[in-house]
Write a protein that binds this ligand. Structure first.
Ligand code: BGC
Length: 874
């Protein structure tokens, strides 16, 4: 006889009473810790509650916001005092007095614990930025060169500081990319700033605290501008060299100095700056960077440098009217890799294997004669003779001459004695291997080349660990590809295109949100969507775009990002901001499809991209996405109290479902269309299947998967759906057999063949579509949390306010653990097969609750640890 035992366990300290156990932690403003340069007039404040007691709840909060930290700490604020608010909310929108630009605010939160006793206080801060474009003081400047000029421009100015500075902030807005230095030292640790936007519509500015970088007396500001996506000089697919915004990079900067006597002075961009060409003789976000160290100007960004030979800067008009704070996780060099294998082919040719595939840059340290040319060629694989092979990734590169080689940096050694160092500043590549060609012999060692993994540095928010090493490696590879494709916007691949392909991002968003705290990047990308949407609702297939993509690839199977991502942000964060900002955009989008396809079925789209073998009618998959968008809109309408819209879109959804069922459901033998994995999985996943036939459709899918030998037969859209369609319908074991498969076609097939990232095509020897770092087959990363760990947000209480925990103890796996940090803290579900049953442990963070669902058992639990044994034999 089976017995199911699952009990809330009292944690150590569980009996202790008193609010000393309770404190607010992880204070954030706009999802950032103590941010500088916030433009949001009503910023969002959030915290977690740290309270180890079983069933811990927040019964009230008290917020104080003010400019005087001592007073705020003491509980009084000149901007906002909420008083005691009986509420369990841990995400609160500021509604105090109007916030002032350039002003630092401190905030203090005190919570009431389950018994209503006050917690210890916690403090955070946020500082407002420009807030309004009229607050800028400087002018936009450039070096006046034409956009075809290749060397990157330096800019410099000097100024005097005569009084004691208490605070200094640099605000810099750039069309292009930049490196800022003060008195010869680089400012900050961001890379590739600012993030890519549709430059003629919206530009981002970055704020730095530079108080410690300045000195009394003379100071020097130095700026180096790169091209980025603003001045795309390389020729490649989608014509970024013809972008309407394309121009020579330009910038505007205000350095705001606050002195001890309370006075403020602003050093600005203007005719007090001078410019000269730098040793960065060419730079392309797409292909590489060329640096001629013989052209270095030592001391160019330090006081006293003789700039008499430098030119005057020229004024430029602001490239866009909207210039807003870059309030998001920046790109950083998150990991630095040493070579795992080093091969000396000759004294002028060396190959470095960095051990894993990444997006980023390599750097070199080398001693050699001035004028020696170092070519660093990057690729994802080697040819049979051991050289870097770019043939899988250079298909969209359209060179007009040989001056701009693909994924190649060119470094010319200067006169300096000893070891010289180079790293590119204004581009990145996708690679595992670096081949270094030298024009003259020089000795390189394994340590001469290092690789930096660059990506938007979003905090990790989850992990999984299982008894199956291949599965764990699939998870790691999924994260590697996700991060390799996150550069302030989600991309398809870091080498061949680097484009914001909407379809790939829609597929990856849930995987991203389980694994990383990426809301800041997604909210920015949703603003990019709003910039790009046509008045009639149409979106381009790549975002941001130079104008390409309104004609191809932009049906609902790709551009439903406008609905799916805001909805996922709502589910994962319990925050309606993106959904409400995009509401009208989703509505226009849906209305556009309804106008074009009044019958409810739409054939607009690309379909199940790169399938294993079976092709699916585009109308089948696109209609499911269209249905999903309409349902999101209907639910959003209900949330925002738009009753008429809610009714209208529910009715539209029903129309779509009816048309879809009538055309594609064949009740005998009980399949959609021809019953392939995609044809059954996609309707099941997106919820268009009527309840009355859901069980039959799911059973048909299981039969299909078995008939396919538990191997995948899906493309991009089918991959998104297949595992969840199975596990959400009672077939987690079948899903696991697919997920853990190690022969072709499967994720495991890549892994057992050495993959450290996900690929673009199922065969490892495919002849086309063979990027080795695509995220488009990456939904498995989300499924691991859901299908095995069972952790799911509850749409009725989003943001993991209430968690559904429904783990599946699948055959063939002896243990599994998933952890996800949601807005309330860490949720954990771990299970392990023991001799006498399966032990299960679930941790629910303070101030939230969960429904634990096990086969034949369902229980409601509050915060804390619940554990026990399931299926124990007596
Ligand atoms: C990209 C894909 C993208 C597709 C659209 C490709 O070139 O790399 O991932 O979604 O085009 O068809």
């Amino acid at each position: 006889m089976l017995k199911k035992i699952l009990l809330p366990l009292l944690l150590a300290g569980g009996f202790r009473a008193g609010a000393a156990d309770c404190r607010p932690t992880h204070l954030q403003c706009e999802y950032l810790t103590d941010p500088l340069g916030i433009d949001a007039p009503a910023p969002r404040l959030s915290w977690e509650m740290d309270d180890p007691r079983q069933g811990a709840r927040q019964t009230w909060y008290r917020l104080v916001v003010g400019t005087d930290s001592v007073r705020v700490m003491a509980g009084s604020g000149d901007a906002w005092q909420t008083g005691t608010v009986p509420s369990d909310a841990q995400l609160v929108v500021y509604t105090g007095a109007g916030l002032r630009p350039f002003t630092k605010y401190y905030w203090r939160v005190v919570l009431g614990d389950s018994a209503g006793l006050a917690s210890a206080p916690a403090m955070g801060s946020f500082e407002m930025g420009m807030m309004d474009r009229r607050n800028w003081r400087g002018g936009w400047i450039s070096d006046g060169n034409d956009r075809t000029v290749k060397p990157a421009p330096y800019f410099r100015t000097e100024f005097s500081v005569g009084k004691r500075i208490v605070s200094a902030r640099a605000y810099i807005a750039v069309a292009g990319l930049y490196e800022l230095s003060i008195n010869g030292r680089p400012v900050g640790d961001h890379r590739l700033d600012p993030m890519y936007t549709r430059f003629d519509r919206r530009l981002l500015y970055v704020t730095y605290d530079v108080t410690a970088d300045l000195q009394e007396g003379r100071n020097c500001l130095g700026v180096l501008l790169g091209n980025g996506w603003y001045n795309h000089q390389s020729t490649a697919v989608w014509h970024f060299d013809k972008a309407p915004w394309r121009n020579r990079p330009a910038f505007c900067m205000d350095l705001r100095l606050t002195y001890a006597d309370g006075s403020v002075e602003t050093v600005t961009t203007g005719k007090n700056w001078k410019t000269a060409l730098s040793p960065v003789v060419f730079n392309s976000i797409y292909t590489g960077e060329h640096y001629d160290a013989r052209k270095e100007l030592p001391g160019w960004n330090t006081v006293g440098f003789n700039d008499t030979a430098w030119k005057e800067v020229v004024w430029r008009s602001a490239p866009a009217e909207t210039i807003v704070a870059q309030a998001m996780a920046p790109i950083r060099a998150a990991v630095v890799l040493q070579a795992r294998k080093f091969t000396r082919i000759s004294d002028t040719d060396y190959v470095y294997d960095m051990g894993r595939n990444i997006a980023g840059v390599s750097s070199i340290a080398i001693a050699g004669e001035a004028g020696t040319v170092v070519r660093m060629v990057h690729g994802e694989r080697l040819s049979a003779d051991g050289h870097v092979d770019q043939s899988n990734i250079n298909v969209h590169y359209r060179p007009t001459d040989d001056s701009d080689p693909f994924q190649t940096d060119i470094y010319v050694l200067g006169k300096a004695d000893g070891v010289q160092r180079f790293h590119p500043r204004f581009g990145y590549k996708g690679f595992q291997y670096v081949e270094v060609f030298l024009s003259r012999p020089a000795v390189l060692t394994p340590a001469s080349v290092e690789a930096s993994f660059l990506h938007s540095d979003v905090p990790a928010a989850g992990s999984v660990a299982s008894g199956n090493p291949t599965l764990d490696k699939i998870w790691e590879a999924t994260n590697n590809s996700y991060l390799s494709n996150l550069f302030g916007y989600p991309t398809d691949c870091p080498q061949r295109e680097k484009n914001g392909w909407t379809g790939d991002a829609a597929i990856a968003s849930e995987t991203g949100l389980y694994n990383f705290d990426g809301i800041t990047v997604y909210e920015k990308w949703m603003a990019d969507h709003r910039d790009e949407q046509q008045p009639n609702g149409v979106l381009p297939s790549i975002i941001p775009t130079d104008g390409w993509g309104y004609e191809w690839g932009n049906g609902p199977d790709w551009t439903s990002t406008i609905a799916i991502i805001p909805w996922n942000l709502y589910l994962f964060y319990g925050d309606t901001t993106a959904l409400s900002r995009c509401y009208d955009n989703i509505r226009r989008y849906v209305e556009h499809i309804d106008e074009g396809y009044p019958g409810g079925l739409t054939s607009w789209g690309l379909g199940d991209w790169i399938p294993v073998k079976t092709k699916t009618p585009v109308e089948l998959t696109s209609t499911c996405y269209y249905y999903a968008d309409v349902m999101i809109l209907a639910k959003a309408a209900a949330l925002f109290g738009r009753t008429a819209d809610h009714q209208r879109y529910l009715a539209l959804a029903e129309k779509i479902r009816a048309a879809f069922t009538a055309k594609y459901w064949h009740s005998s033998p009980g399949i959609y269309d021809e019953g392939s994995q995609t044809q059954l999985g996609v309707p099941l996943y997106w919820g268009i299947v009527p309840d009355s036939i859901q069980a039959r459709a799911a059973a048909a899918l299981v039969r299909r998967v078995a008939a396919d030998g538990y191997h995948l037969d899906v493309g991009l859209l089918g991959t998104k759906a297949i595992l969840d369609a199975l596990s959400e319908n009672g077939y987690a074991g079948t899903a696991y057999r697919l997920a853990a498969q190690e022969t072709y076609p499967s994720w495991g097939w890549w892994i057992v063949n050495g993959a450290t990232t996900l690929y673009e095509n199922w065969p490892i020897d495919a002849k086309s579509d063979i990027s080795m770092n695509h995220i488009m087959f990456g939904q498995i990363g989300a499924w691991l949390y859901k299908g095995l760990g069972g952790i799911r947000p509850d749409p009725a209480e989003p943001g993991f306010r209430h968690v559904i925990v429904e783990p599946h103890f699948v055959a063939g796996l002896d243990h599994f653990e998933a952890r996800h940090r949601g807005p309330y803290g860490f949720i954990r579900c771990a299970w392990r097969r023991e001799k006498r049953g399966v032990t299960v442990e679930v941790v629910v963070p303070p101030n939230s609750s969960a429904t634990i669902v096990l086969p034949g058992k369902r229980m409601e639990v509050g915060a804390g640890l619940t554990g026990g044994s399931w299926g124990r034999r007596r």
